[in-house]
Design a protein around this ligand. Sequence first.
Ligand code: ADP
Ligand code: MG
Length: 240
Amino acid sequence: MIRTENLNKSFGKLHVLKDIDMSVYESEVVCLVGASGSGKSTLLRCLNFLEKKDNGGIFIRGEKVSPDTHNLNHVRQSVGMVFQHFNLFPHKTVLENIIEAPTVVKKLSKSQATEEAMELLRKVGLEDKADVYPSKLSGGQKQRVAIARSLAMKPDILLFDEPTSALDPELVGEVLATMKELADEGMTMVVVTHEMGFAREVADWIVYMDDGKIVEKDRPSEFFDHPKEERTIEFLKATM
Ligand code: ADP
Ligand code: MG
């Protein structure tokens, strides 16, 4: 579904992504873990073309995507992103937040977009919140709206950057449950997370990054029970 080849990215003299080769196949869930500053967010932002890679290739469904020849707005429709801080429009209701991109970018009629949005709100368990403003929602509810909003564009792949890190502990579970449901339905997902329980249960693969490199990629049981690299072992000791 998405693949990087020899991806590199620097900010000035700071070399943040070093020769990243990563493949995510259809319906796979990849959890991206690693210490703060290791380059996880930058990698997601490159996959979504929010950040411009320096060199290397990004392939979506096998096709190399280049900012010079592709309409990046179009590419971003196929690669959705859910952020730590939700990024909902505060002056729009929940429903208006969800139908904004489908009506403006995809030119869906308002009634069609609304019908699809209500279906998505049912899916994330918030159909009764369609007409309220984000300020009236808990953090967990806001994040579920943000997930519904991403899904409204019918992405091929959904990227999550620490979707539960800004939440009070008691609200983490409802968001992880929504994400697990999506995974069970076959959504292709790359999830940056510190929730190791979720990673172990839901991920097909764990990718561990350190200092801009992929150090280890393994099945969850192998990764957590028999980590191979010294740095992975140290990371798991510090985390668990
Ligand atoms: P992570 O998400 O794993 O914590 P990031 O991808 O956010 O790591 O950051 C990796 C490194 O790149 C860090 O040293 C960070 O300070 C730096 N960095 C990230 N974004 C920028 C930016 N826009 N400008 C300069 N440096 C950045
Ligand atoms: Mg980050």
